[in-house]
Ligand binder design. Sequence first.
Ligand SMILES: Cc1ncc(COP(=O)(O)O)c(C=O)c1O
Length: 398
Amino acid sequence: LQEPQTSSPTTRLETPAEVIAFRRHFPIFRDKMHLASNSMGALSEEVIEAQRLYLDERLRYGTTWRFAMPRHEELRAAFADLIGAKTAEIALCASATQALGAVASCFDWRERPGIVFDEYSFPSTTYLWRAQEQRGADVRRVDARTDGSLPPQQFEAALDASTQIVATSRVCYKNGYRQDVAALARLAHDHGALMVVDDYQCLGTRAVDVRADDCDVLVSGSAKYLLGSPGLGFLYVKEELVGRLHPTLTGWFGQEDMNAFQVNSHDEASDARRFQTGTPALSAIYESLAAIRLLKEQGLGKVGDWVGRLTRHAMDRLAAEGYAFATPLDDERRGPQISIRVKNGAGVIEELLARGIVCSSRDGNIRTAWHYYNTVEDVDALVDGFNAMPAEWTGRAA
Ligand SMILES: Cc1ncc(COP(=O)(O)O)c(C=O)c1O
């Protein structure tokens, strides 16, 4: 988005002992450098142990419902606590997209058709919004400015009295741009619209308070910065809104009494569990619970502080070496991801992998993701890896 700050001073940052201790929970760091939490978080001993427990219980007892269902509720409570919500506001879904689908199924778009999303949304969610056109929705996309910024004011022209939903991603999956969710929520609410936030590319790396942000709906998933496993989407729906929404995508997990097994009526749950459908991935529930507990032991405030300092340091170091970014330099507009502009994305990824550095590419940029287990030494290794490649690959300024 901006030119690199080649003149910025590079102060030496020390990796705190707590970060080094946290890193030891993740066996991958014995021989690799995991900079891909935006794709899939590193696997901890605790998550491996949780999966073993799930399998052991199935082996020993044949069925696991009586162990799994209490964990289902524990996970709802743990996730609620993580984002400043109540357990009654949380549903466990199959994926982030499916969670949004359950919300979308509640609306008769013909009454109030406007759905506004932005260019930095994850494509999967945009397909879901566009599919609502078949049901009467008027879908509008807000594009970023030419400098790559996407401030709330950019949404103003797309909003009017017909807007039902304003949807954004807190952090963009491709360039790491972090939206000012609280300001965008104010704007959405000024137009009588609901604020829907996709927090899959950030949640787990900084403190979140859904009430302070005033989101109406928030979705995320377990597999990335929340350090769990695929197969689990998290949905928050604000308590005041739950009673007004009646999903038409539903099932037995969405019933007030899921064990009633009656076929006389559809008796939806009084709380956010009404957004659930069938059996969620039980193994992923065990794993995600272990992962969230591990994160909570650290505290998201502390995690956010380190991720903020480490990403700042990494950008300063890379900029000083002549590399350019698709990610904003402004700390307030950056999440846990730094996207580095390169000329040969596939080549750079392969070369980094050969050095044991795991990251990914999108839009021709190298995406590096930073979490509480990443260190200053990871930054050094990344810079060394980049410097070892030809400038025709990395786009390094002379
Ligand atoms: C921001 C964001 N939203 C949604 C998704 C898709 O999540 P799911 O596959 O759980 O629907 C991703 C996956 O990368 C993502 O990065």
